[in-house]
Design a protein around this ligand. Structure first.
Ligand code: NAP
Length: 295
């Protein structure tokens, strides 16, 4: 694709920094966001158009990149862009959604000769801001190759995993690991508090050995300081885990880590903590340990 004109829909914690990288590579033509003020602010910062509607944005671009919350949101946004899409356009979805929905949307777009690449990302808000996300992509290889420069503009790694849905299937595998690490790290750090270990030395010793992980490095300090500002909203991880649980049911298998994490995050969301970063999980681990003390 010689003349790349990308429109970004969904300017949240991930979409906004991705749009900034697209702009710095000269690939960004415009933006749209449900809450208009965010789109106005970013469009002014980057010197691109703020579309009045998803369809208007589609009409001005040949690639649309979506980054919205969940299945129902992506379905809604795709329904709203249909009127503006043209033959040969490509929709890249970077949200984390169900592989089943992804295949359904790709088929719908194929009927109007529009390509679709599922391209969920990993690497957190830090990865998006630094342009160092890992992209796991699914879709027709020729279409993937056409939009590769767009994906590379905000990533340190872009991998084609297979046909449409393979990106989201890979992301499901990724999120089992993310949830398992969060469970282990939050439980371990709550235990360290019970044991009165010196927190200022704890993280350096743990990250120097086999317990090292992205989550411990990027969230260990803030967890010990009781800071849970978003990064990755725990309500979004709960949404991912429910997608994975549904995949597991279809395969007739149990994923114990996923079931345990769902139980924890459901309790936190019910308690009103859904907008906290997933590291807010330590609150539940601490509460569980206090109950054990009282017994
Ligand atoms: P976020 O900060 O909550 O932003 C969500 C974005 O989606 C906002 O722009 C929001 O618009 C838009 N949106 C939600 N529902 C919509 C609807 N029905 N119609 C139109 N727009 C809608 O979330 P995020 O952290 O950027 O995450 C976005 C996606 O990336 C999610 O699928 C998440 O699982 C995935 N992800 C997140 C991370 C992370 O670390 N945060 C990492 C990897 C993947 P408004 O501004 O109007 O609310």
């Amino acid at each position: 694709m010689n003349d790349i004109r990308t429109g970004v829909i969904g300017l949240g914690a991930m979409g906004a920094p991705m749009a900034r990288h697209l702009a710095s590579h000269g690939f960004l033509a415009g933006v749209w966001n449900r809450t208009t003020i965010k789109a106005d602010t970013l469009a002014a910062e980057l010197g691109v158009m703020r579309a009045d509607s998803p369809a208007e944005l589609a009409g001005q671009c040949n690639i649309l990149l979506t980054c919205v919350s969940a299945d129902k949101d992506l379905e809604s946004v795709i329904a709203q862009v249909l009127a503006g899409l043209k033959h040969g356009d490509v929709v890249i979805d970077t949200s984390t959604v169900s592989p089943v929905l992804t295949k359904h949307l790709a088929e719908r777009l194929e009927r109007i000769a529009v390509g679709f690449i599922d391209a969920p990302v990993s690497g957190g808000v830090e990865g998006a801001v630094n342009g160092r996300l890992s992209v796991m992509a699914g879709g027709d290889f020729a279409t993937f190759s056409r939009v590769l420069p767009v994906l590379e503009s905000f990533s340190s790694s872009v991998t084609h995993m297979g046909p449409v849905g393979s990106g989201q299937a890979t992301k499901a595998v990724n999120q089992v690991i993310v949830a398992g690490l969060a469970e282990a790290v939050c439980e371990a750090l709550a235990l360290s508090e019970k044991l009165n270990l010196p927190s200022e030395r704890l993280l350096s010793v743990l990250t120097a050995g086999a317990a090292d992980s992205w989550f411990l490095r990027h969230r260990g300090q803030s967890v010990l300081e009781n800071r849970f500002e978003t990064g990755f909203k725990l309500s979004l991880l709960l949404k991912d885990l429910k997608i994975i649980q549904s995949l597991a049911r279809n395969l007739n298998i149990n994923l114990n880590t996923v079931d345990a994490a769902i139980n924890d995050y459901e309790k936190l969301v019910t308690a009103g903590d859904g907008n906290n970063d997933i590291s807010g999980l330590i609150r539940r681990k601490r509460a569980q340990m206090s109950v054990a003390d009282e017994e």
